[in-house]
Design a protein around this ligand. Sequence first.
Ligand code: ATP
Ligand code: MG
Length: 655
Amino acid sequence: MTTGPATQIDTLLAETRLFDPPAEFAAAAHISSLDEYRKLYDRSINDRDAFWSEVASELTWFKQWDGVFQRDGHRFRWFDGGATNLSFNCVDRHLSSGTRNKAALIWEGEDGEQRVLRYHDLYREVCRFANGLKSLGVGAGDRVGIYMPLVPELAIAMLACARIGAVHSVVFGGFSAEAVRDRMVDAQARVVVTADGGLRRGGVVALKANVDSAVEAADCVEKVVVFKRLGNEVAWDDSRDIWWHDLVADQPLDCPPADVAAEDPLFILYTSGTTGKPKGVLHTTGGYMVGCYLSTKLIFDLKDQDTFWCTADIGWVTGHSYVVYGPLLNGATSVMFEGALNWPEPDRIWAVAERYAVSILYTAPTAIRSFIRSGNQWPEKHDLGSLRLLGTVGEPINPEAWIWYHEVIGGGRCPIVDTWWQTETGSIMISPLPGATPTKPGSATLPFFGCEPDVVDSDGSSVAPGAGGFLVMKNPPPSMARTLYGDEERYQLEYWSRYQEQGWYFAGDGARRDEDGYYWVLGRVDDVINVSGHRLGTMEVESALVSHPTVAEAAVVGRPDDLKGTAIVAFVTLKAGQQPGDEAAATLREQVVKEIGALARPDEIRFADALPKTRSGKIMRRLLRDIAQGSTTTGDTTTLEDLSVLATLRGDEEE
Ligand code: ATP
Ligand code: MG
């Protein structure tokens, strides 16, 4: 859709519910009023260097930076000339206070095993593993692949890399051998850290076997370190493989943190692949650290006594920034859970939240919709009274899912932070501050400090309040990615070429900004549907469908149509016990007309038990588009969660 006559996106949804931060929450919050937010925000833009200097100074630097921010087109530097160490800031910094003996990580395995690592325990484990990596010859700038289950050693391996200035590239433990190979080759990893296996829905994921076949075709990999998670049989190559416990056995308990320059690379991470082939996003050290630190502290209103649980896998950026780096930079307690949130029963997530008295829960709309689908009896079995704040990320949240989350999980008392950001932005860019920002279901609300988003038309003019357009960022905040690893050209093309003249970052998402300056993400620009001269984002039509009490989830795509130009096809998953059929389809068509108007009435409703999603749980509309058109899938499917979903959907079509 990147070309075409229309220059804006039309918007239809009128969500008017408003939720003020509860007075008690606001009174105790880091930022307690909209006024306070606005003053600080203003300063973060208009007195940028002073603002970020102060934030950065809350962390430890070995050498002070020369300049806060420099920029030349799409190349920019933060805290240039400064030197620090992310591992030191996440761990060592807390050893001289009472935090030393506080839980850094609370871990639960899928099999129910539990482990708690205090900050001091984490320090020792990170140092030992860092020394182990050094003994394998890993040095500053070397790439280390990490392909592990969600165990504490995954965080330890990341922190150990950061400690010695090596660059980690975490690959989600659910990916195939081919996906591991592609990423290792692309990053030219010298070492891969894995485990003998991981647990997923009661089965064993053969991580080591996948690595074995991946490295056969990845000559760059010299050593494979294997953490013993399960004790199952694995094939072994003495010249290449080494057990984690053997590697660290005789290592010193201390490892001095390397002096890492602010702009030295920290990690490479591949995007979800929702819109196409995954991109190897490269983040550097200083800016990422500062962005993660501040966003975690203020957006989650993090306090010393909190127990923070971000349910994302560390294979995604959300896990990097809000399971590992953000919470640890703040000296917080972070919960890590290995398994699937709905296994062995749909209430596993609520059982874990209750068990550790989680106070801040951060999850994804796709998970929330699946909990809605399985029914309220599951959360109702648990005491969720410890929760005080809820968050979501990953996709636009449909207003009805937001309301459910607020009422059923938050008991009506917990603010919700709907956080918009991307692998590329490193940390949250648009979000409420829970003690300050009145929230509207479905809106990510206002920009975080230092972020200058705008909604513009194809010429770059800001669209009027209420109108839709393209989401851009006018200046790169500290945690913004610096390049795509080994592919500067694609980086420039993908993000900086569309508004090159203005020097803006183009996020790839459509959005609307309302009269209060609130941002509503409308979905991906690639997914916009062109109907009779109107351009509709998918989120609004999907939300209209999800607002019907029988619907759990919906994905809307366009199909070329001789008469209308484009017909709207909706794929709908019903809640448990609901009957699909012509009658249901007619009802849902009318629901869309009633909610947002006749223009958006779906021409076709297809019922499906499951929608194609990425491994991170995002709906892949580009695959549904192929199915709706009856064409075979041509795009990249390497990050697809379940291939059989596509087969089923295609099979439906032949009936
Ligand atoms: P790829 O770039 O490879 O297609 P991806 O964009 O899905 O993959 P991520 O970086 O994981 O990879 O996801 C970022 C995207 O997720 C955003 O651009 C946006 O479309 C969506 N997103 C994230 N958070 C929100 C949110 N709170 N509201 C609406 N959309 C969101
Ligand atoms: Mg993206």
